[in-house]
Write a protein that binds this ligand. Sequence first.
Ligand SMILES: [Zn+2]
Ligand SMILES: [Zn+2]
Length: 428
Amino acid sequence: MTSSTIASALDSAARDVFDDLVAWRHHLHSHPELSNREHHTAEFIVERLRDAGIDEIRSGIAGTGVVAILRGGESEGEGDKRLAALRADIDALPVKETSGVDFASTVVDNDYPGGPFPVAHACGHDCHTATVLAAAHVLASVRDRLPGDVMFIFQPAEEGAPVGESGGAQAMVDDNAFADHTPTMVFGMHVVPLPIGMVGVHVGNQYAASCMIKISVEGKQVHGSTPWMGIDPYPVAAEIISGSAQIYRQVPANDAITVSFGHVDDVGRFNIIGQTVTLWGTIRCLDGADMTAVQDKLRRLAENTAAAYGASATVEYLQDVPPVVNTPEWVNRIRPVIDDVIGKERVVDVPGALGYDDVSVFVRDFGGAYFTYGVQDAQVSAKGLTPTPGGRGLASNHSPDFYADDDALLDYLRIFVHVAYAHLAESS
Ligand SMILES: [Zn+2]
Ligand SMILES: [Zn+2]
């Protein structure tokens, strides 16, 4: 079998499964589930994997995770066999969808901690999931000719498990998802507002290191009319938020970091100065080496600000996620494959971003790379990224109007299957 013959077999199988891919995507999109609650999604995934005749399917990993293995017919002995892993995250977000598509979500999760929440696939994980499912079908159709095995990773809780629960990529590793079968490469691409069919590549840190911040400021509850008889935690909370905006001046200016608070919890009332105010936020560091320093400085700020007011502050950092690191070696192996599949002109260099993605755990542990893939009506010109005139506009991930073009997903699928095959064929 020549490489051009297998390439055309992959492409023709991709075209054959494409209508199913779109139908699966629409189904997942209109049935979104929040992090660690992806029960229907996981069942749907298992059914589609069974339809593809995948050899080994394990579900219930780290909650709702699914890992499947397709055995290649031309695999050599166990020793040096390669295992190419394709990864999709499967969870949705607490966002009220306004994309306007006819398969838009109207789902509300009434039981989720902190809810009820409207739920939508506002990060495009429906595209990731449907496409990796389609990749399983495509690769299964040429299984006899695969010189190695392929793993399909369906990861829950990429957006972060509820506080107090574990979940996500690290939880899958901890749950021994890869103990018996260790991938020799993990590959994925996040759908983003780049022009349809464009792949964004960044050598180095594609996505930032991240952690969740929880700061509990403890005062002394008292009637609102007599603040001197208690300890008011509010000015402490306010000064911590203000002071956190200065932390960027305490790390090297070339290093991108952000400290943001998005949620404040209290138990007061208009005429009661409450006992505790809790601040929730996130730290992002494009260079993971800055994370400890930023955490230390924020802790120092919080504890000393509280002390200055006679209050106390307890600082916790939760849900640590390492940066997504695309090494030059892995990019040099994978990028030429993508160049061949969709044309060099559609593969562009992009800057690293302060978003996070816990695929970083897999890429760090097993090697591979994670790129971005354009699914929106956009164009790149001297003015940068702009909406295509007459198109649907630019809508960022997590926004209520985020959308992804269905037709963009055919090349997205082709890239997945070709990258997996190329990795296996490298060794043969
Ligand atoms: Zn997201
Ligand atoms: Zn995402």
